[in-house]
Design a protein around this ligand. Structure first.
Ligand code: ADP
Ligand code: MG
Length: 277
């Protein structure tokens, strides 16, 4: 199959921001789908107990069904919980509400922050990209994602308090770098839900670009109703309305990520905004 054979190691990108509702899941599902549409072998890992990335791709698990929870507890092999999707090149490790209990159940186990990394094993060899959709907190699940990841993609909503919490997140990334994962990079900050008719939206873009400069993706994701409708059909936006502005946005982002990688330039310059020591 397309998933076997020798290839270069895939890159693990976690989509992270401890604020809820900023576009993490929408970004993880849709950028992964766009890369899959470009025939990049892509795996999406749903690490949020709310399981929105799973349901957004039409997968709803009952309690007890095999999910990312079983992977974290070491009860199941990643190959056994990986599912196919409507897109040939996209696979998913789904989540379920069982994940709510994982933190408590892993208390006291050694190296519990490495469970996801250990669970993934050498699966990186089978994919070009692995995306992790993080929950809205900086707790144990997000820590597992940051330890397993090569880079972090940080969605920022074009709204009031857009940068609130970002310095906390950057401090967490710094701590993870110095303790568990010194190769962790910043893939980039992604402005989401941009409304060009809204003054505030335009001010946020300017402010974020001033503060985070070269770390911000050129692509800006517009507010687009197709993006909020497609999950209820269990489809990524490219399979729901590929001509929508939302689809065009995520296709551009996927191209930006592929181009940066082709140029060997996966890390946005690590300057500015709270990253200094
Ligand atoms: P998070 O995962 O960070 O909590 P979501 O991706 O679930 O955020 O987005 C929060 C809500 O906003 C969802 O209802 C989603 O459908 C909607 N949404 C996200 N991005 C957009 C967008 N660009 N345009 C319109 N609605 C969006
Ligand atoms: Mg989410």
């Amino acid at each position: 199959t397309i998933y076997s054979g020798l290839a270069k190691m895939g890159r693990v990108i976690c989509v992270c921001n401890q604020k809820g509702g900023v576009g993490k899941t929408t970004t993880a599902v849709n950028v992964a789908s766009c890369l899959a549409l470009s025939e990049k072998r892509t795996l999406l890992i749903d690490l949020d107990p709310q399981a929105n990335a799973s349901s957004g791709l039409g997968i709803r698990l009952a309690k007890g069904e095999q999910s990312v929870y079983h992977l974290l507890l070491g009860h199941e092999d990643v190959a056994h919980i990986t599912r196919s999707t409507e897109l040939e090149y996209l696979r998913i490790v789904p989540s379920s509400q069982d994940l709510i209990g994982a933190e408590v159940e892993l208390v006291g186990l050694s190296s519990r922050e490495r469970k996801l990394k250990e669970g993934l094993g050498d699966v990186k060899n089978q994919y070009d990209y692995i995306f992790i959709d993080c929950p809205p907190s900086l707790g144990f699940l997000t820590l597992n994602a940051l330890v397993a990841a090569d880079s972090v993609l940080i969605p920022i909503q074009c709204e009031y308090y857009a940068l609130e919490g970002v310095s906390n997140l950057l401090n967490t990334i710094k701590r993870v770098r110095s303790t568990y994962n010194n190769a962790l990079q910043i893939e980039g900050f992604l402005l989401t839900m941009f409304d060009p008719r809204n003054n505030l939206s335009r001010q946020v873009v300017e402010n974020v670009k001033n503060n985070l400069s070269s770390q911000v993706f050129e692509t800006i994701i517009p507010r687009n109703v197709r993006l909020s409708e497609s999950p209820s059909f269990g489809k990524p936006v490219v399979l729901y309305d590929i001509t929508s502005r939302g689809a065009v946005g995520y296709l551009a982002l996927s191209k930006e990520i592929m181009d940066a990688e082709a140029q060997g330039n996966t890390e946005k310059a690590a300057c500015g905004f709270g990253t200094g020591s």
